[in-house]
Write a protein that binds this ligand. Structure first.
Ligand SMILES: Cc1cc2nc3c(=O)[nH]c(=O)nc-3n(C[C@H](O)[C@H](O)[C@H](O)COP(=O)(O)OP(=O)(O)OC[C@H]3O[C@@H](n4cnc5c(N)ncnc54)[C@H](O)[C@@H]3O)c2cc1C
Ligand code: SF4
Length: 529
């Protein structure tokens, strides 16, 4: 078996891994860092314009080969496995959670408190925003006070969003442009935003942060070794102690010739699905339920947020298509008085062309010709259609689980993961009240301009999923401490999304990154060069 020796072995090449590797290389120059990623390195900045064009013109998938055919499971599992991970495709929305997320138990008697203070996390939010070059304006809510300004001002609002902001403010809520990891000016080897408006598909200028840039910037000057197309199937325990001695990786072209990655310290940065999966797969005679799983907590409390979307028809006139990926956020309902029924959610507003796109047939199916097309179109473009959405704070039960599914195996015969999300009793009990609350907010907004809610659509999955290796101070109820160090193995860390006890009520990735940057400091302290 081939061997590869390194100081720190990071398993997974997503955004958490990129931020960890970047910070470790700065904190400890000379530290040998190896990133092992199951998927391929899509090193193709030059081709992005073409990918975008083909995606728009032919509906082609813009990132060919960004997945591994037989590495899939049941439940909410993203297929993306490539250098950059899911953040190759993300929109770049970078909201912070709020203090309430860390104190759900002590404030409301719900779910669990996080094992760190808001003031401390806030410091790492600032760092995450600097590294991702987030553009944003200070929140109008004093509770959202920041210790540092955003590195860039907010992406300017289009005429449409300015109009919608004026409309939305009539309901009494306060709004700001959504903070985004998008360059307004070139930064970090990436271009500036040219409003291509396809951030979630592919950003041709690289303005929207994407971890593949960071990996290239680290790998080219050899600050890290990047081994792509290599799936780590097992973490190997020392025979006598509880330390991890190696990770066994299989390159796609050499299935019969694994590489043993030997390191002083191992970091599982494999995202919300594959982190818990790898720990469970690595069971041994001494750890029959998987590594870091003495308490049976690995794979439990899988989380994320529910969402409700609606369409409002209002009088204010907009002309859809100006910058449809940008939006407004109100953080009004991040706060919930402790003596009122618990409900927390963000509130978002986008311009929308729903019902307003030109069409060639009437609703009855008759072909429209000549001026009829324009008459039909003009008759439907009065006022505005507005897209509304709320991410709800919902809490997982211990049975919200990732387990190994023996009925589905990959090419090596490893059981694939199965994720079943389940809510705790308090969340289930307030489901109807949560929905009523969100719809009443949407209706109040619509009525402020003689508008109405024209459609509602509830998400059937949890967005920004996390959990499975939750952090806590008690080894009996958690997998890792606040730094991501596993309670059971001194030299094994898990970082980012899997460590979150609860999923918050807004986009999660900035929080995953902030937690990872905090872990990086403990990892740097723990490993000697
Ligand atoms: C379309 C889309 C839009 C999104 N938009 C937003 C947004 O606007 N804002 C926001 O906050 N979030 C957004 N998200 C979510 C965001 O992308 C994720 O939260 C984030 O990228 C997760 O990063 P990660 O590093 O935790 O994990 P991942 O990105 O999943 O990275 C983990 C990596 O580890 C690799 N890996 C796993 N197991 C192994 C193994 N055993 N061996 C080797 N490698 C392994 C995987 O291949 C993967 O590349 C979006 C997601 C999608 C899909
Ligand atoms: S609007 Fe266009 S250039 Fe700007 S971040 Fe999105 S895709 Fe990139």
């Amino acid at each position: 078996m081939a061997t590869h020796d390194t100081d720190v072995c990071i398993i997974g090449g997503g955004i958490s891994s990129a931020m960890l590797a970047e910070k470790l290389a700065e904190l400890k120059p000379g530290l040998q860092i190896t990133v092992v990623e199951a998927g391929r390195a899509i090193d193709d900045v030059r081709n992005r314009g073409q990918y975008r064009q083909r995606a728009m013109e032919y509906g082609e998938h813009p990132w060919p080969g960004d997945y591994i055919e037989d590495q899939q499971g049941q439940g909410l599992i993203s297929m993306t496995m490539a250098v950059g991970g899911l953040a190759l495709h993300w929109g770049g929305a970078c909201n912070r959670f709020s203090e309430e997320d860390l104190r759900l138990k002590s404030l409301y008697g719900l779910a669990a408190d996080w094992p760190l203070e808001w003031k401390e996390l806030e410091k790492y939010y600032c760092e995450a925003e600097r590294r991702l070059n987030v553009s944003g304006d200070p929140s109008p809510y004093p509770q959202d006070a920041r210790s540092e300004p955003y590195p860039q001002p907010a992406t300017p609002l289009s005429y449409n969003l300015q109009t919608l902001k004026g409309w939305a403010e009539q309901s009494g809520l306060k709004w700001s442009p959504l903070p985004m990891a998008r360059n307004l000016k070139p930064f970090g080897g990436r271009g500036s935003c040219c409003l291509f408006d396809t951030c979630g598909t592919v950003c041709p200028s690289g303005a929207r942060y994407s971890p593949d840039f960071t990996f290239r910037q680290l790998a080219e000057p050899k600050k890290i070794a990047l081994h792509d197309r290599t799936l780590v199937r097992r973490l190997v325990l020392d025979e006598k102690t509880d330390r991890i001695v190696s990770a066994t990786g299989y390159h796609q072209d050499r299935p019969d010739d694994p590489t043993q990655y030997r390191a002083k310290l191992f970091v599982v940065a494999s995202g919300y699905t594959w982190s818990a999966h790898l720990l469970l797969l690595s069971a041994t005679a001494r750890f029959p339920n998987g590594l870091a799983n003495k308490a049976g907590m690995v794979g439990r409390y899988m989380n994320g947020h529910r969402f409700i979307q609606a369409r409002a028809e209002i009088d204010e006139q907009t002309w859809p298509g100006q910058n449809m990926t940008h939006s407004l956020i109100s953080r009004e309902f991040f706060r919930c008085p402790t003596d009122k029924p618990f409900v927390r959610h963000d509130t978002r507003v986008w311009e929308s062309s729903a019902g307003r796109d030109p069409r060639l047939r009437s609703p009855q199916g008759r072909l429209l010709v000549g001026d009829e097309v324009f008459e039909d179109w003009r008759s439907r473009t009065k006022g505005s259609s507005v897209r509304l959405r709320a991410y709800l704070d919902v809490h997982p039960s211990a049975d919200s689980r990732l387990t190994l599914d023996p009925s589905k195996k990959n090419r090596y015969g490893d059981p694939m993961p199965k994720i079943e999300h389940r809510f705790d009793e308090a969340t289930l009990a307030r489901t109807a009240a949560d929905e009523t609350h969100v719809m009443s907010v949407f209706e109040k907004m619509a009525k402020a301009s003689h508008g109405k809610i024209a459609g509602r659509n509830d998400g059937d999955y949890l967005d920004h999923p996390g959990g499975g290796c939750r952090m806590g101070t008690d080894p009996a109820t958690s997998v890792v401490d606040s730094w991501g160090r596993t309670h059971d193995h001194e030299n094994l860390f898990v970082v980012g999304a899997p460590t979150t006890p609860t999923g918050g009520c807004t986009n999660g990735t900035l929080t995953f990154v902030a937690l990872t940057l905090r872990s990086a400091e403990e990892i740097a302290r723990s490993v000697r060069v």
